[in-house]
Every structure is written in C-alpha cells, then in structure tokens.
Ligand binder design. Structure first.
Ligand code: P6P
Length: 334
C-alpha cells in the first residue's frame, strides 16, 4: 500500500468533506502533533518514573495518573494555539475551557478524553486519546456558552482516537468513512494502514466487565446471557474479551466485530462512560463503519447531553449484536 500521510489523505478527501477546510486540516494537524507527543511520553513513562498516581483525584473522582495530567496539559497547550477552536472540554477538567481572545480562534469545538484507560498505565496495557469535533452553532458570537457545547453526537463534524499500543494508531472519520493510520516512529508520520474500516455485521466476541453481575438488573443479565448462549455466524460460541481500556476494546470491536458493553448498574444508574468525550465520538465511528451504538434503547448519536460530563450506558459494535441488545431491553420495557 502506498505510504499516504494523514494530510495527503485529507486533501484527497477534501473535495467530498465540507468540513475538511484548511482550518480543519490545521486542527487535525495539531491534534496529531499532540498524539505524537503523548505517545513519546508514554513510551518513556517507565524510564522517567512518571507512572503512578499523583494522589489527587479528577472531576470524575478518579485517581489522577501522572500521565493523565501530562496528556491533558499537552492537549490543552497545543490545541488552544491551533487557531481553529473557540472552546474545548476535557474529561479531566470540570469546566469548559474557552480559548483566550489573545489566541487565534475559530468556530470548532474540541471535546476530548486525553488519556482514557489510565488505570492500565502501571501494567503497560494500551491507553488512548479520544476526540470529538463540533462546530459552534451558526450566528453565535461573543463568549461561548455551555448551551452551544451541549450538542447531540449527530452534530459532530469529525471524531476519532489515538491508540497507544504495540504501535501508535490514529483512527478517525470526517463523515467519509473510517480510516486508520499507523505511526512510523522513524519518520514521525501517521501512514494510512487501514483504509475504509468496516465493522462486521455480526461478531464473535462480547466485551463487558462481568464482575458487576450482582449489580445488574434482570434485563441486563438477560442481555449478557444472550451472548453466553448465542452462536456466531460460523455456528460457534462467542468469546469474552475485556481489556478494561475503552479505546483498546473498541478498536478490537471495530476490526473483529462483536460488541462492547458498559451497562448501567445499581451503583452507576447512568453507566460510567461519558457521553460527549467517549460514547459519542466512538458512536460516530461505529456508524460510519456500518455498526451501531446505543444506550440500550436510544441511538447514542441522538442523545442530547444535559451537562458537560453526562454519563451514558453504552452498547457499541456490530449492528446485529447491538440490535439484539435493544430487542431484549424493549421486551422488558413493555
Ligand atoms: P471498569 C477506564 O477507566 C474506563 O473509562 C474505560 O477505558 C474502560 O472501558 C472502563 O473505564 C473500565 O471500567 O468499571 O470495567 O473498570
């Protein structure tokens, strides 16, 4: 396969994608630069002893890992200077970040989780950066309001993730399909490695933390039992895989098919995952790749967030597998 860089790929697709303007390309370029910088820091983490928590907790009440802070600072520093944004929201920041007016600004909004899966850092398991790009609603000027940010996922102009694993990968979509790029550290470029990614209609893997069985309601237990007993397209049984790092579990689901599930439970009535910086961007990718993403009854992309850090249950992956989940929940809702 010819070595096509992200920039070349964007320019090739610029014609079809209304949002792939020069400003958008600039935004993506700085996002990629942030990813490369984070990747380098992660790969050196064990050597620089920046592993381990800082003892502080973030807005989610989660123990902040040093790399969480570093990734968050890299993203904010780099992206507030990219010239394309009017505001940002980070999973690590309680409040909306408005780009200062002494920086060049644009009409895009970036919502991101700088380092998802950070609880896995100390055991050298894949972690990832997830990003979602929205546009400021037409006709709005002056200081950006929270209401302008709280948009449903269908409004995303682009979304993607950077997966820091055996190789560093960038997977994103601007609404023209999903494309995967692998970082060649030798030249420092992401090169096209997975053009036009498609999630299989039905899979053979289900991914959920069954340790929560006792906290699930009857309907959710029936959903999980469905995957204990149903058969794969080849007539076999499903396998269970759960990395505990959303980006890694989603990336595998995107390529192999199947379903990743994070249901609500007795302790987490709205689930654990965040709607705007986790579920929505991955739902955008899943649908662009021919899959589905649901909260069990509604399409994730149609959910309107009521607050910046709104949480949602998430069932995402192969269309047939997500539909099976919705059918079971609908039966219990009657
Ligand atoms: P649990 C990591 O903290 C994360 O946000 C996702 O990356 C991951 O899928 C999930 O939480 C794991 O949560 O409750 O199974 O440990």
């Amino acid at each position: 396969m010819a070595d096509i860089t992200v920039t070349e790929h964007l320019l090739l697709h610029q014609k079809q994608s209304p949002h792939a303007t020069g400003m958008f390309t600039g935004l993506l370029y700085d996002l990629i630069l942030s990813g490369k910088t984070i990747s380098r820091r992660i790969n050196k983490a064990g050597l620089l002893d920046i592993l381990g928590g800082t003892g502080e907790v973030n807005v989610q009440g989660e123990n902040i890992q040093k790399l969480d802070e570093i990734a968050n600072r890299i993203m904010i520093y780099r992206m507030e200077r990219c010239g394309a944004l009017c505001a940002m929201s980070s999973e690590e920041e309680a409040e909306l970040i408005r780009v200062r007016d002494d920086f060049p600004r644009g009409d895009y909004i970036l919502v991101f989780d700088p380092l998802d899966g950070s609880s896995n850092i100390d055991v050298n398991i894949n972690v990832g950066t997830i990003f979602s790009i929205l546009r400021r609603p037409e006709g709005h000027k002056g200081e950006v309001t929270l209401e302008e940010i709280l948009q449903p996922g269908v409004k995303q102009v682009a979304a993607g993730y950077i997966l820091y694993g055996p190789s560093t990968m960038l997977v994103f979509s601007t609404g023209q399909g999903v494309h995967g790029f692998t970082l060649d550290p030798g030249v420092g470029e992401f090169l096209l490695s997975h053009p036009d990614m498609r999630v299989p209609k039905q899979g053979h893997i289900y991914s959920v933390n069954e340790g929560y069985w006792k906290n699930w309601n009857t309907a959710t237990r029936e959903v999980i039992e469905w995957f204990h007993n149903c058969t794969t397209p080849k007539g076999g049984s499903y396998s269970a895989r759960y990395v505990g790092s959303l980006v890694a579990d989603f990336h595998r689901t995107l390529i192999y098919g199947g379903i990743y599930m994070y249901p609500a439970d007795a302790n987490k009535p709205d689930g654990k995952l965040r709607l705007m910086c986790e579920a929505s961007p991955l739902a955008f990718l899943a649908e662009q790749a021919g899959g589905k993403a649901s909260d069990g009854s509604r399409r994730i992309l149609e959910r309107v967030p009521d607050k910046l850090h709104a949480r949602t249950p998430l069932f995402i992956g192969s269309a047939d597998d997500v539909t099976a989940v919705e059918t079971i929940y609908a039966k219990h809702a009657r």
